[in-house]
Design a protein around this ligand. Structure first.
Ligand SMILES: Cc1cc2nc3c(=O)[nH]c(=O)nc-3n(C[C@H](O)[C@H](O)[C@H](O)COP(=O)(O)O)c2cc1C
Length: 337
């Protein structure tokens, strides 16, 4: 049993750590970043470094964002509030999950002026989703991240084995009656299509980013649908097992739509040099999930902040050692393919 399993118990640990099926994609997400090798340029003055990136037309201090993750109070009593505080301290964009165990205004309060996006699942009871969009707008969330890779829950055997129950109130289940993840996943709307995107974009009145794109033709459709960005993601290996690792999916998507909209990627990112590879291959930013969540589980806001700060510091060191002092100048020449 790992220390984290001891800390969280088998149910919550399995939910957070686990993936779908045989967890092939879960493992491959991390392994794939290591398969790409870096090609440093020497004798470049790297005294001054600029980690900044631009997202939705706004400058961000660095390209590392916190991925939306459900039920964070099952990881630490501080939950989403603590993770938001960590993001704020580390100047990381925070993406709040619609399966939050803390209210949208409370998280916004923890974030102060710091950057925040809101992630939305479309539930069979669409009014629950639309109400969340209104709350997000009223609480100063800047963009709507519509997750499109979750018509039904992935085949997650750890949850089946442990019978993990979510026991905190959610927008979807305000009373907080204990529900299994399968019961919660059954509330997702499997009928969502491209035709529905406009309804949510209109209700949001803010830029829409589609999360969970893995194919170049879907990326092109996202451009046509007016999305401001896409997140290339296999949901951390939690939905369909044996889909492509995040970085492997990124490359053909960049070839198809690079420059046409903001491109983010997530899955298996644990090191600053992974971040550099993502940007070199054409992403504008990355999201980090479990790696930050483990910091939260171990040490609350401080633990998560330490993880984020280390990632930023590793990214900074990587830029220096790559001979590329400006993150914005990273390009494919820095990666052997
Ligand atoms: C415990 C957990 C809960 C998640 N909940 C959500 C969610 O509510 N909404 C969503 O769009 N993605 C969710 N994701 C997926 C993440 O946003 C992200 O795509 C993934 O975690 C990235 O992979 P990584 O954990 O290897 O960094 C969740 C991931 C984890 C690990």
């Amino acid at each position: 049993m790992s220390d984290l399993e001891d800390l969280l118990g088998p149910g919550a640990f399995g939910y957070f750590a686990g993936g779908a099926g045989d967890e092939i994609t879960l493992r491959d997400n991390t392994a794939a970043w290591s398969r790409y090798r870096l090609a440093p340029r020497v004798l470049v003055d790297v005294t001054e470094r600029d980690l900044g990136t631009t997202l939705l037309g706004r400058h961000r201090t660095h390209p590392i964002a916190v991925a939306p993750m459900a039920y964070q109070r099952h990881a630490h009593t501080g939950g989403e509030r603590a993770l938001a505080e960590a993001a704020r301290a580390a100047e990381a964009l925070f993406v709040l999950s619609s399966q939050t165990t803390t209210s949208l205004p409370e998280v916004a309060d923890a974030l102060g002026e710091s950057d925040r996006w809101f992630q939305l699942y479309v539930f069979k009871d669409r009014q629950v989703s639309l109400d969340l969009v209104v709350q997000a707008r009223e609480s100063g969330y800047e963009a709507l991240v519509l997750t499109v890779d979750f018509p039904v829950g992935g085949w997650r055997e750890r949850d089946r084995r442990t019978g993990f129950h979510v026991t905190y109130p959610l927008a979807l289940n305000p009373s907080g009656t204990a529900l299994t993840t399968r019961q919660l996943h059954d509330m997702h709307d499997p009928s969502l299509t491209w035709d529905d995107i406009g309804e949510f974009a209109a209700a949001a009145g803010m830029p829409v980013i589609l999360k969970g794109i893995l194919r170049p033709d879907d990326a092109e459709r996202a451009v046509d649908a007016g999305a401001a960005g896409i997140i290339v993601s296999n949901h951390g290996g939690r939905q369909l097992d044996t889909t492509a690792a995040a970085v492997d999916a990124l490359v053909p998507i960049v070839d198809a739509v690079g420059g046409g909209l903001d491109l983010l990627v997530d899955g298996g990112i644990t090191r600053g040099w992974d971040v550099a590879k993502a940007l070199a291959l054409g992403a504008d930013a990355v999201l980090v999930g479990r790696h930050v969540l483990w910091g939260l589980a171990r040490g609350g806001a401080e633990g998560a902040e330490a993880v984020l700060r280390q990632l930023v510091a590793e990214f900074d060191t990587t830029l220096a050692l790559l001979g590329c002092p400006r993150a914005a100048d990273l390009d494919a020449s820095y990666v052997l393919r």
